[in-house]
Design a protein around this ligand. Structure first.
Ligand SMILES: Nc1ncnc2c1ncn2[C@@H]1O[C@H](COP(=O)(O)OP(=O)(O)OP(=O)(O)O)[C@@H](O)[C@H]1O
Ligand SMILES: [Mg+2]
Length: 265
């Protein structure tokens, strides 16, 4: 008998929770494909390592870019592979609850549940991300009080007020932490003439991105390509207390929080 599963199918990361076992998979929502044959070469962390570093015939993609399903077939394959990796087959048919970005359309929602059923799930239900986050954070959602959840993910940001077991108000926008990475990429390109990849931009954000001046000294090494010569170029930036260098203020006025862990779904 299969254990029931909960999947957080995020734009940036996918988590799988198995009843009685806890989180059994936590990996980037990335899939690497052979462009010519369509063959899946890697998924998750292994595929993430390939982003921006693949030869022409390999493409590493995030099928849920911008909180929307950009490619139904690839998303379906990713869900199938994920379920296979945690032991789901046609013989072990678990019930699956999936939390998806609230901004996805009705057609996209149906594609996700159909993909899970085709991959072997006996039943697949969807749950709104803020509701899953509230349950995971142990908020008193059944009580007649307003519980506010703010979830800033990779591709979407959602704010919801939950009361008496339901979502009373919800605002979801297709803007998230990936947009901060893109802003860092274009800033470094414009101001310093260095082309950097999305992974490097994310590392810079994690190392020195802050909504407030840094408490202690943080450093980030930026490796990219010189826009003029095309040669590798490295720059080191540091944010020292009490105030960051003025050139960093534009990139340091960012904050992001990851809620997947809190969601626990
Ligand atoms: N310490 C941190 N500082 C800044 N950004 C962070 C930090 N930790 C994680 N992030 C960012 O959070 C994003 C991932 O968040 P999360 O796993 O909640 O997204 P997701 O659930 O996959 O996306 P979505 O909910 O939009 O579909 C990544 O873009 C990552 O760079
Ligand atoms: Mg999320």
């Amino acid at each position: 008998m299969a254990r029931d599963l909960a999947i957080d199918l995020g734009t940036a990361n996918t988590l799988v929770y198995m009843k009685g076992k806890g989180i059994v998979l936590n990996e980037p929502s990335v899939i690497a494909l052979n462009r010519q044959t369509g063959e899946v070469l890697a998924t998750g962390r292994e595929a993430w390592q390939m982003i921006g570093r693949t030869p022409g015939y390999i493409v590493a993609v995030r099928p849920l870019r911008g909180g929307a399903i950009t490619d139904f077939e690839i998303t379906e394959r990713m869900i199938r592979l994920l379920l296979q990796r945690v032991g789901v087959s046609r013989f072990t048919r678990p019930k699956v609850v999936i939390c998806v970005p609230s901004a996805i359309t009705e057609v996209e929602r149906r594609a996700v549940t159909d993909a899970a059923r085709r991959a072997g799930a006996a039943d697949a239900q969807l749950i709104e991300q803020p509701m899953a986050a509230a349950i995971g954070a142990d908020l008193p959602i059944d009580e007649p009080v307003g519980n506010m959840v703010i979830d800033i993910g990779g591709g979407t940001s959602e704010t919801a007020v939950i009361s008496l077991g339901g979502i009373v108000a919800l605002e979801a926008v297709r803007v998230g932490s990936f947009d901060i990475d893109a802003a860092i990429q274009s800033y470094v390109r414009r101001e310093h003439g260095i082309a950097i990849g999305e992974r490097t931009a994310e590392e810079v954000k994690m190392a020195i991105g802050s909504a407030e001046p840094a408490e202690d000294e943080s450093q980030a090494e930026v490796r990219g390509r010189d826009l003029m010569t095309g040669l590798p170029k490295t720059r080191r930036w540091c944010v020292a207390s009490p105030r960051p260098h003025p050139s960093l203020l534009r990139t340091s006025s960012v904050a992001a929080c990851s809620s997947s862990a809190a969601a626990g779904c």
